[in-house]
Ligand binder design. Structure first.
Ligand code: NAD
Ligand code: UDP
Length: 310
């Protein structure tokens, strides 16, 4: 198949590109390099089945493709809050452009939605049927509401125009090729520990997240895209739930350096807890994560050790 990946030079997009190319597909990677890097896809540049297009998803584009994975959008809070109006445009106009193209060329189109659609959840763990608890006017809203509006567009194009959609809600995912200065917790803690700095836990560190290793997630993406039973939304993530203090302690133990923990103020609207209910993914895809946090953290530490040495 010929497959378009928007945001293909980013963390998740580059891993997805690798896997799709390994399977014998052709990949067109569209990216504006806001948070993506050529280094993530450097090894694919000479491959005749890989094409790189520098383009912004908010400007229309046309490609003859069978599948579209829409991943373009900064995912880390500092990056998506850097230019919040652009973040909202990327989600909403980007979704419209992907859906318009899918309608025109009859491609199946996949939306990388997020657990942020649940906001600061009052239901725990989060099931797909939960409508969420999102502040519409806060600092995180550009991302949360942008992704919610994108889901709405996907389902309206599906109902109104018969577009073949797949919508996935991704919970915190980590692994090699995250940016060292990305601002997300796993990369922050690992880079701080490797540099012998103190780990910055925001607030008391009692807030929880559930962390999925990138290989597991990408496997779930591809299974979901190619199944015919449901269009989503479907949660994908690792149900193992940890406080930020537990994560910090694990990283310090694995790096075995001198770092300690320091506390910084908790950002506004920071969700207190988050854990996916993956019953639907298990029953529909036969999917569940295989890589446990400790193992995934070790692999990610190894990546950052070598990335920081360059
Ligand atoms: P990332 O920041 O590494 O990747 C995003 C990519 O999109 C980058 O390559 C960036 O340059 C590109 N991009 C951003 N704005 C663009 C635009 N206007 N036009 C074209 N390209 C643009 O983040 P990621 O972790 O790889 O996330 C990929 C997708 O998955 C995002 O849509 C994100 O919202 C979603 N997601 C990720 C997570 C996670 O934990 N990694 C969780 C939930 C949702
Ligand atoms: N966090 C932290 N220290 C950091 C970065 C993040 O304690 O250096 C916390 C943050 O407040 C949040 C959790 O870690 O409670 C996950 O943050 P991240 O930005 O990775 O993802 P999100 O909040 O979008 O789930």
């Amino acid at each position: 198949m010929r497959i378009l990946i928007t945001g293909g030079a980013g963390f998740l997009g580059s891993h997805l590109s690798d896997r799709l190319i390994e399977q014998g597909n052709e990949v067109i990677c569209l990216d504006n390099f806001f948070t993506g890097r050529k280094a993530n896809i450097q090894h694919l540049l000479g491959n005749p089945r890989f094409e790189l297009v520098r383009h912004d998803v908010i400007d229309p584009f046309k490609f003859e493709v069978d599948r579209i994975y829409n991943l373009a959008c900064p995912a880390s809070p500092p990056h998506y809050q850097y230019n919040p109006i652009k973040t909202m445009k990327t989600s909403v106009v980007g979704a419209i452009n992907c859906l318009g193209l899918a309608k025109r060329v009859k491609a199946r189109v996949f939306q990388a939605s997020t657990s942020e659609v649940y906001g600061d959840p009052t239901v725990h763990p989060q099931q797909e049927a939960y409508w969420g608890n999102v502040n519409p006017i806060g600092l995180r809203s550009c991302y949360d509401e942008g992704k919610r509006a994108a889901e709405t567009l996907f389902f309206d194009y599906h109902r109104e125009n018969g577009v073949d959609i797949r919508v996935i809600r991704i919970f915190n995912t980590y692994g090699p090729r995250m940016l060292a200065d990305d601002g997300r917790v796993v990369s922050n803690f690992i880079v701080q520990a490797l540099q012998g700095k103190d780990l910055t836990v925001y607030g008391e560190g009692s807030q929880t997240r559930s962390f999925c290793y990138v290989d597991d997630l990408v496997d779930g993406f591809m299974r979901f895209m190619e199944q015919e039973k449901i269009v989503g939304p479907m949660n994908l993530g690792n149900p193992g739930e940890f406080t930020m203090l537990q994560l910090a302690e694990l990283v310090i133990k694995k790096v075995a350096g001198k770092s300690k923990i320091t506390h910084l103020p908790l950002p506004a609207d920071d969700p207190k807890q988050r854990q996916p209910d993956i019953t639907l993914a298990k029953s529909t895809l036969g999917w569940e994560p295989k890589v446990q946090l400790e193992q995934g953290i070790e692999k990610t530490i190894a990546y950052f050790k070598s990335a920081l040495a360059k």
